[in-house]
Design a protein around this ligand. Sequence first.
Ligand code: NDP
Length: 392
Amino acid sequence: MKRRVSIFGATGSIGQSTIDLIARAPEAYDVVALTGGQNIAQLARDAIALKADIAVTADEARLGELRDALAGRDVEAAAGREALLEAAARPADWVMSAIVGAAGLEPGLEALKHGSTLALANKESLVTAGRLLMDTAKQHGARILPVDSEHSAVFQALVGEDISSVERVIITASGGAFRDWPLEKLHEATVAAASTHPNWNMGQRITIDSATMFNKALELIETHEFFGVPSDKIEALVHSQSLIHAMVGYQDGALMAHVGPHDMRHAIGYALHWPKRAHLPVERLDFAKIGQFDFKAVEHARYPAIRMAHDVMERGGLAGAVFNAAKEVALDVFIAEQISFVQMAVLVEGVLDRLLPDSGLINATMSLDNVRAADHIGRKTALELASKLAQP
Ligand code: NDP
């Protein structure tokens, strides 16, 4: 029987890698919904090629364009938030959550409410509303499978093991663009330099987040939320080759490391075929050619985001939503060249210092409305602080 699949964020980097895998075996899948944002041409092309039931753009203003691109084809066109939620509610066995940003949360929740297995790439869902997402899955008997490569690695290293025997989880980090720069030079780092990743070819925002390690900070929080491992058992480790994605240490001293290529189709394919393994078109690593693996402790002066992640995990509740919002604003104003590279961390820490002691805000019930409220106040506070930092 064919598996019914939907891809949210189909036009993005993760979405396209997912389509690459599905398009290799069209006989195995019924594509229910594909969604995108601004890239209407790609969305329409893929919806036609994969014979999707419906294509949805998040931008209502572009519905006409999508309709035109799908004219005469047997694919419905729709647009806007309600249409995304309606598409997420359509029966599907497997749903890829690869919308970028906070907009990914609601469709993911909707898919879980309808019992679909959610392959989760959208980091923001777990960081801002981890408990809500996990509780929704539990309540509706739905499953979440991690797609971020580090969490897929932890997931794979945990197969057949008891989580209570886990002593530590090590999430590796490349160290980003400035891992070898002298610390005192970091304040000179430009947007162009921060947008170059030593190992992965990714979008600008996630690449800059690798240079600050805000991306790794989000991943530590994701680990905490998804696997329920406490903050003091989760650590980041610089591993410049980025081939070991994560390691799980057990109480008998064993360490299970997951080694895999720099290709997101590995983690996506694992989630697509889970609990089985299937052939995937990814590079086979040759250890003799790789030669060596390097490791280095995280320097907290270079990467203050890691210290902040532990603070956020320990506070819990809506602290993740505030942190993510502040980080997003810091990134926006850095890209707009209003603040310097090192000021991104100063800005986010300023927001945490101001808002995390507010237990009324942080410990409010984990509902969609309260997540939005924490996100809103995090952004507002960050913008206020940014305008102060930006003053000459
Ligand atoms: P991209 O920016 O490449 O793609 C994002 C997708 O979301 C696109 O389809 C885009 O549409 C769509 N989109 C953008 N804004 C909205 C919106 N407001 N509402 C609905 N859809 C929207 O991101 P990635 O594929 O790189 O990442 C997706 C998620 O996966 C992120 O959360 C990221 O952190 C995470 N992730 C990414 C990894 C990677 O290697 N890229 C690795 C691990 C996790 P369009 O392009 O048509 O405008």
